[in-house]
Write a protein that binds this ligand. Sequence first.
Ligand code: AMP
Length: 200
Amino acid sequence: MRLVLLGPPGAGKGTQADRLVERHGIVKLSTGDMLRAAIAGGTELGRKAQPIMDRGDLVPDALVIGIIGDRLAEPDARRGFVLDGFPRTVAQAEGLAELLESRGLALDAVIEIEVDESALLDRIQTRARESAVARSDDDPEVAKRRFAVYREQTAPVSGHYRAKGMLKTVDGMQSIEEVSAAIERALLVPTGAPNRPRNG
Ligand code: AMP
């Protein structure tokens, strides 16, 4: 199974990706985690990415498409994957399509976790308080910048996949369990079919 999870910062993509990994025996590919690992490892990529991430901006498309391309080439990704935090721009979505096509692969579904934005800053602030490892980008000012970047650059990615009939949406303002169940139900609906009532 090859999936993309979309949704604004704090929507629960990471949590739901972990659950998909457990249930479906696929790997989670999180560009945010990969970039944080590069920073921790003091690599060239990490040195480039850190100031950009600290501001809440997006790392250049070519860099993240490159790391995803390398990661997709590793053997464990053959069993399937869930992308968490990638693609974040339409150019990245197009880059991903090329990477997959070159390997004769395609996505099974793109799932958007829809959330009420005003509730999200609270969630992010709770994560900042409760997290064992502080994320500098959970700082309130940086979080606001991340939302602005999401609206400007990442929200169009949903429309891109909707136009291709690949987008499934789930209500993210429910418990973790309920969101998980909604994702599993959405995965049972063939791609291209509406996954909720049109007039509902
Ligand atoms: P995340 O953990 O997914 O919220 O990502 C943390 C930060 O890493 C983001 O705010 C961006 O600065 C950077 N980042 C992660 N994924 C991407 C991506 N696909 N494209 C550009 N920047 C990214």
